[in-house]
Design a protein around this ligand. Sequence first.
Ligand code: DX5
Ligand code: ZN
Length: 221
Amino acid sequence: MADYWIAPSILSANFACLGAEVDAVLEAGADIVHFDVMDNHYVPNLTIGPMVCKALRKHGVKAPIDVHLMVSPVDRMIADFAEAGASIITFHPDATIHVDRSLQMIRDAGCKAGLVLNPAVGPDVLKYVMDKLDMILLMSVNPGFGGQSFIPSTLDKIKEVRALIDASGRDIRLEVDGGISAKNIAEVAAAGADTFVAGSAIFNGGDYSETIEKMRNELAG
Ligand code: DX5
Ligand code: ZN
C-alpha cells in the first residue's frame, strides 16, 4: 500500500483550545497537521499566522506542520514560518510574481516546498520547477473556507499530475485539499493522491479516532 498521509486541517478545529485539538488528532492517528493561512486578500477569509505555528511547537507538537499559504504576497511570510517551525510550506503560483524564487526561498529556509493549484488552474506551471518541489497540492474546492463540496473534475487533474510526478521519477507528495471524507477518500487515492487534507470531516465528525480509522480502512480497500 502507498504511504498515505492523513492531514487534518485545523481550520475546522476549536481555536479556543487549539493545542489540545492538535494533540487529539495526532493521538487519533493523523500523520501531519494542515495549517491554513488566509489573509483576506488572496482569499476572502482571515485565519492564523506564524505566531500560532510557533505556539503549537512550544506546546509540544512534534508532527510535521504543513503550512498552506493562501496569502499574497508570499515571500515575506516564508522566513517567519520557517522560524516558527513549519515543515512544509506551499503557496499558490498566482499569489507570487516569481514562482521559482519563492520555491527556492522555502528550501533555503530549510523547509519542504510545494505549489498549490486552484480548481481552474492547470498543471503547466509545474513543468519547469519539478526539481524544486517536494509537494503538489491540488485544491478540490475554491480556497477560503472549510466545509465545501469536492469538485469532481479534480479527479482528472489528480491523474494528470500523478503521471507527471511518476514520469519525473522524483519523490513528490501529491496532496488534495477540500471536501474529502471517508466517503470519497478511496476514489481520491485511486486517482493518484497520497496525502489527504480533511477539515470538517474530522473536526465536525464526532470521534476523531473513529473518523481517521474509517479513512484508513477505505484507503486499505
Ligand atoms: C480551504 C482550505 C482547506 C479546508 C478543508 O481553503 O485550504 O484546508 O479547510 O476543509 P474541508 O475538509 O472541510 O473541505
Ligand atoms: Zn488547505
